[in-house]
Ligand binder design. Sequence first.
Ligand code: NAP
Length: 497
Amino acid sequence: MSGAGAAAGAPSIEPGGPRESTWHPTDQFIGGAWVPSHGTERIDVVDPATGEAWASVPAGDAADVDAAVQAARAAFVEGPWARMRPSERAAVLLRFADEVEARADELSATNTRENGSPVAESGGAAANAAGILSYYASLAGHLEQEDVREFPNGSGRSVVRRDPLGVCALIAPWNFPINLVVIKLAPALLAGNSVVIKPASPTPLSIRHIVLAAAAAGVPDGVVNLITGPGRMGDVLVKHPLVNKVAFTGSTEVGRRIAAACGELLRPVTLELGGKSAAILLDDVDLDAFAEVFVRSSMRNTGQTCYISTRILAPESRYEEIVARITEVVESSPQGDPFDPSTVFGPVANRPQYESVLEHLESARAEGARFATGGEPLPGPGFFVAPTVLADVTPGMRVAREEIFGPVVTVQRYSTEDEAIELANSTPFGLGGIVFSADPDRAFAVAEQVDSGSVGVNFFASNHAAPFGGRHDSGLGVEYGIEGLEQYVSYKSIHRK
Ligand code: NAP
């Protein structure tokens, strides 16, 4: 890509001294070069651990959207990418994976400074992104295979092709600003599409390192474009006449609006939305094993992970024991500077989210929940909220129904296994869930009855090779796996005798 290595793309951010650096790019990545934005306003990027703006990006406008989409369209129609064999594109994706890994330190430091993810979390972002790219590279054969299907009456046969769709709009939230773009980018690219990426306004910077990595790997000009700007710019992107597909991760509220626009336009859309998943602890739960995975499965990334099981469902017979054990784990997990490798809980990622978390805690207080630990903002700068365990939570409380997206878990009582399953399935969401039991077969049988896109038995992790997606208000379509690749193709059947 010409101009891709320009200094405007990325500053040097040393992991050891990240708070001394600033970054104020005036450009966006369009058609293989860093070009000035048409937008006259700027978006500040705030370090949530200090509350101070340390960077800013252009607030792009409709002219930027149009330039990026036109560049993507031109690359799709005129460029080599869509015409290359999938295995040739896979070779580029593997180089892309190496380039991402080579930028692991910058990615981690920028991610942490943008959204306060502890480095213990963001330090894995590059390896995870590289793993996703390599996994999709391994699926080239799926696109290249001869897929020939006989007419059932024997009158002929059909050659089934998986063509790329064209220009894909990739819109991401702020909680995992690298992974949630790469999980769209990798299958979109393998299938031969061009993309326009719009990151969330609080986290517009780490993705610049990803764009640089794509350029260094040899992704042709115009295939990957990056624009920054507010939500209304995302709306313009979704509705642009030359966009052929929208892939969105974010809130259910915005997802609904995007789905409505795409419905009107008959435009394919994938939506990965909010969640309110449950961890069902069966009465034979091994609490030592549960405690080992608790933070990862219920409070990962300071509680700002879509699929985590923030509603703990505990059997009446062991309720107080479970509340005490969770409280012990939370109180012994360090909270503080996200750049400290020992930090488990960082700040909430941005001011609006911080205010929303505090408002939920107020509602819990007003509705009679018991605060086993936490419940308050921490004094001093930054958006820190003490990790909170809410006990005596009942199904009607706001904190039992709404996604809080902060360091808060609720613990609800149940008497029978059937009641636990009913409670787990009692929200409009259907994203994740976990069942804990000393007997994995018993847990599996309960997991089969949880109405969601993914459920774990005694742990939760997303598997690159298995579909991940939400049911009901948690989304439409899936990411990951061959099924995630199929969201970026257009089928064509060529019939012949
Ligand atoms: P959000 O407010 O819905 O924003 C997501 C993205 O959409 C941002 O880039 C945002 O831009 C953009 N946007 C806002 N309004 C838009 C519009 N009208 N048209 C097009 N784009 C628009 O969500 P968030 O607060 O960033 O993220 C948190 C949510 O994401 C949570 O609900 C969480 O559960 C969900 N999430 C789901 C998954 C999953 O896989 N299911 C994974 C992670 C997170 P601006 O930032 O500029 O407003």
